[in-house]
Design a protein around this ligand. Structure first.
Ligand code: M6R
Length: 612
């Protein structure tokens, strides 16, 4: 949530910052702003709405500067507006600051400042923190860095902040706890950002700042310190990412591009790991901890949103193939209900961004209780990846569209390999099925490519159903989480109310919603529940609901009972979700498009939810 960018060096800062903010817009787009420093003069420009609106509002303004900070906001404290937009300026006007995170004890600090005569121009926690820093600086007669350090010791919550001051013409001071910060190292210049996407164009050498670290960043110097004022050695990492991966590459939207990237993304995920010829699955994170998995009395999967749906599918996979009990938890609930964690329990955290605050905080507390944490993460070097004891990256490449698509199928590919590897090592799965599933998994990229070859019928269906006010998505077994995912995608992108349900559970309540206006999407591929789901389709038809089906190619029965069908190639039921979800991603994309909505930046959402 919220994207931040900073630059100090020999280039003009404004274009670097604006371009960076556009790349980070997936993190929030309620408002944006920049603060530029030139000859000791601080200039701040802020605007409600997307970055393009900020750009328009500064046409003709003097933007000359070689140092600056910029922010794109996902509102937490205070409505989206010009006055709540970042950067904020301190009361004296000397400091400007941007912030990603939430200061939980800001009301208390604000009261203290109000009693000292401070006034606030915004409703944000950020302005409170900024004036708190300024107040400490004044009262302690110390430098900005020291004031920041003192302030942060009082702060409860999460933050990544960038600060500039008009009496320090080329320095950005940054600090993080809980919200990400990457610093790009150039020649005589430094770039700061929430992730590497604004940086990749200029340098591939980056430093991931750790929690409780302060960075003092000048064109030729990067100093890292902890809150105890001790210098830390910056650990330089080389980015393994190309600029093309974060651009639209000829597609109208990132979401469509990412849907179409799935054959390659899944292939990349399997490459070098799934060795069908020798019957081996190579995953160092699992190999090095095989005993922990095999002997685990229980596996707990912790995730949010789409990643949680991948976790539900993993529950089916692991219980079937490894015979280990699995619980799947919403990270936000897991953290706060004081869960029982037994010795030996393994926690699998699933996250595309690796920065989701609910998941991160849940893991921190589980780690404190001694749990072994295994991360299934897409973003390399992200907070969850670093917090995990071991893990497996999904290698799906950067996912920019707010709706998660290729990250989901990447997660399923990793989780399937994990279940196969552990199950086989444990002896819970016999060799013929193990080898068969390996082959089925290897065939997935090609089958996804087949589904994506012609999507025009899905586009027509989207136009037909776009005015529906509600949708029901139903599935059984492995396809139940796919139904949940289909409903989530449609809600996010088209703003149509949609519910996902186990197909059989539907008759215990939601069936009351069914009438001739309700489209009901059945994820009804050929699996062990097939006959049962045929009956469920009949139950909907008997009540005049519109039936849309995801069916297996060659099936004659389900299509004969449906108003519209989207076919997917045949596959083992454990593998099928990677295929059956693709038409549902496309249905939501085309529905949003037909409704004229911004599918890459749906209202109220952000890609990376870094607040609890
Ligand atoms: O980055 P994460 O996988 O941890 O994100 C979890 C959810 O916020 C995310 O999946 C969200 O539900 C997506 N917008 C779904 O498309």
């Amino acid at each position: 949530m919220c994207g931040i960018v900073g630059y100090t060096g020999h280039r003009e800062a404004y274009p670097v910052i604006i371009k960076g903010l556009k790349r980070l817009e997936y993190r929030g787009y309620d408002s944006s702003g920049v603060a530029l420093l030139n000859n000791g003069q601080l200039k701040v420009f802020r605007k409600k709405g997307k970055v393009a609106e900020l750009e328009e509002s500064v046409i003709g303004k003097d933007l000359q500067s070689h140092i600056g900070i910029g922010h794109t906001r996902w509102a937490t404290h205070g409505e989206p507006s010009d006055r709540n937009a970042h950067p904020h300026q301190s009361q004296s006007g000397e400091l400007a600051m941007i912030h990603n995170g939430i200061i939980e004890n800001y009301t208390q600090i604000k009261q203290e400042l109000l009693s000292k005569g401070y006034h606030f121009k915004s409703d944000t926690d950020t302005e409170v923190l900024l004036n708190f820093i300024e107040d400490i600086k004044k009262n302690n007669d110390c430098g900005l860095e020291e004031a920041l350090r003192i302030a942060l010791k009082r702060v409860v919550g999460a933050y990544c902040i960038l600060l500039i001051s008009n009496d320090d013409p080329d320095t950005i001071i940054a600090a993080r706890k809980g919200s990400p910060l990457v610093i790009g190292i150039g020649k005589g210049e430094h770039f700061l950002a929430s992730d590497a996407s604004p940086i990749i164009e200029y340098t591939k050498e980056v430093v991931y700042v750790n929690d409780y670290e302060i960075a003092i960043v000048r064109p030729d110097e990067l100093i890292l310190k902890n809150l105890g004022n001790e210098k830390q050695t910056p650990f330089i990492t080389k980015l393994d990412m190309e600029l093309a991966a974060i651009e639209k590459g000829g597609y109208d939207h990132f979401m469509l591009k990412e849907i179409h990237e799935q054959p390659e993304a899944i292939f990349d995920c399997l490459r070098g790991r799934l060795l069908t010829q020798t019957g081996q699955i190579k995953m160092a994170g699992i190999e090095n901890n095989l005993d922990a998995f095999i002997n685990a009395p229980r596996i707990i999967i912790v995730a949010c949103g789409t990643s949680w749906h991948a976790g539900l599918i993993a529950e089916y996979l692991i219980e079937e193939l490894c015979r280990i009990p699995v619980e799947v938890e919403y990270a936000s609930e897991f953290r706060y209900r004081n869960p029982v964690i037994h010795k030996g329990d393994v926690i699998i955290a699933i996250s595309q961004s690796g920065e989701t605050a609910d998941t991160l905080v849940a893991l921190e507390s589980a780690k404190e209780k001694g749990a072994f944490i295994f991360g299934v993460v897409n973003a390399v070097g992200s907070s969850i990846a670093r917090l995990s004891h071991a893990g497996a990256y999904t290698h799906s490449g950067p996912e920019i569209g707010v709706a998660s698509t290729k990250a989901f199928t990447g997660q399923l590919a990793v989780l399937t390999m994990m279940a196969l590897k552990i199950g086989y090592a444990k002896g819970a799965i016999k060799q013929p099925r193990y080898l068969q599933l390996m082959q089925d998994l290897e065939a997935v990229p090609e089958k996804v490519r087949e589904i994506l070859q012609d999507t025009s019928h899905i586009q027509r269906m989207a136009a037909k159903y776009k005015d529906a006010t509600d949708f029901l998505f139903l599935g059984r077994g492995y396809n139940f989480p796919v139904a949940l995912e289909g409903a989530l995608k449609l809600k996010e992108i088209s703003y149509i109310h949609a519910e996902g349900y186990p197909a059989a559970e539907m008759k215990h309540g939601p069936i009351a919603l069914v009438d001739e206006k309700l489209p009901v999407v059945f994820v009804a591929t050929k699996d062990s529940y097939y006959q049962k789901i045929v009956s469920n389709v009949q139950e909907i038809r008997a009540r005049k609901g519109k039936v849309i089906a995801v069916a297996t190619a060659g099936d004659m029965v389900i299509p004969g009972m449906s108003d519209d069908v989207m076919f997917v190639p045949d596959a083992d039921e454990a593998i099928a979700p990677m295929l059956s979800v693709i038409p549902l991603q496309l249905l939501s994309y085309y529905t949003g498009l037909a409704k004229g909505l911004d599918v890459d930046k749906p209202r109220n959402l952000a890609k990376s939810v870094t607040v609890e």
